[in-house]
Design a protein around this ligand. Structure first.
Ligand code: DGY
Length: 324
């Protein structure tokens, strides 16, 4: 039976699954992210056969060298930009992720952010709590309606598709999308219109929502030049990865009314926030919790554990990440 290391406590269901499969599981006892040095020290402690890593762990050659016995790193996330895939390939390590199980949860959260920023809910909640509400006013906290407006989806994969469903069928928004490939299903199901140029999508969208993975080609996909193309009445929602947006440029755009507002769950240099972001009333900032429901985090735990269990049993796990 094998030795498994988990870099931070995850919901018990996955840990129990690993133990029920006969594996010995060590879980980091630190209530927080291990520093790179702490991670290496932890992994060198025993000849682990498998590691369950988090999106906050930087996994590269140094880490693989620290634990040459571990030939699977099961990432507890759908995103795996924290892992240098070429190093995994060189080290002969299999990488898995947790796709699918968080799709609906992230789509719901995206809609929640969109509604919250357009209806100015956190802003007006803070106002009311401070005792500033002195009676109904015809122009108090005017926001925007979404019905009939255009949602521009950047990245129409699983999550983008489910956001389109909710926004199109539920809120009556028109859907336009950019992706590297045209996606017939989102067009057939929700009448989405393919816009082959990012810039053109930004010009027509009333709300732009980001669902692309973080890749060299998507880093700073939204920057000052691109904010300038957006409507001054538009909102930006980001539940994908922080570095897709130039966060300093976002602060400037929000401050100067280049765009009307933003709902941001991910940050360029997490957990740090760009200078000035917290001072802006027209941005909602949440701490990377788009997938944080009881149901989904349990499923992610189960899936990451199952990926490791299958690999350790000599099988090919369901969610292997391609290394090329
Ligand atoms: C993921 O799984 O990549 C998410 O960002 C975690 O919430």
């Amino acid at each position: 039976m094998a030795l498994v290391y988990i870099t931070r406590h995850i919901p018990d269901i996955g840990i129990n699954l690993l133990r029920a499969a006969g594996h010995t599981v060590d879980v980091s006892t630190k209530d927080g992210v291990l520093t790179p040095a702490e991670l290496i020290t932890a992994l060198k402690a025993k000849p682990y056969d498998a590691v369950i890593s988090l999106l906050t762990d930087t996994i590269n050659k140094e880490v693989f060298d620290a634990v040459p016995t571990a030939k699977i790193f099961a990432n507890y996330a759908v995103g795996y930009n924290n892992i240098t895939l070429s190093d995994a390939k060189d080290a002969g390590v299999t990488i898995t992720n947790t796709p699918g199980v968080l799709t609906d949860t992230v789509a719901e959260f995206t809609i929640a952010l969109m509604l919250a920023v357009a209806k100015r809910i956190p802003e007006s909640d803070a106002f009311t709590r401070k005792g500033m509400y002195e009676g109904w006013g015809p122009e108090l906290f005017l926001g925007s309606d979404l019905k009939g407006k255009t949602l521009g989806i950047l990245g129409a994969g699983r999550i983008g598709y489910e956001v389109a469903r909710r926004a199109g069928l539920g809120l009556g928004m028109k859907i336009a999308y950019y992706d590297v490939n045209q996606m017939p299903q989102i067009e057939n199901d929700f009448g989405a219109v393919f816009v082959p140029e990012v810039n053109d999508l930004l010009k027509i969208a009333d709300v732009v929502t980001i669902h692309v993975p973080l890749l060299p080609t998507t880093e700073h996909l939204l920057n000052a030049e691109r904010f300038a193309l957006m409507k001054p009445s538009a909102y930006l929602i980001n539940t994908s990865r922080g570095p897709v947006v130039d966060e300093d440029a976002l602060v400037v755009a929000l401050k100067n009314g280049v765009i009307r507002g933003a709902g941001i769950d991910v940050f360029e240099h997490e957990p740090k926030l760009a200078h000035g972001l917290v001072d802006l009333p027209n941005v909602i900032i949440t701490p990377h919790i788009a997938s944080a429901s009881d149901e989904t985090r349990n499923k992610m735990s189960e899936m990451a554990a199952q990926n490791a269990i299958d690999f350790l049993a000599g099988e090919v796990p369901d969610n292997v990440v391609a290394l090329d």
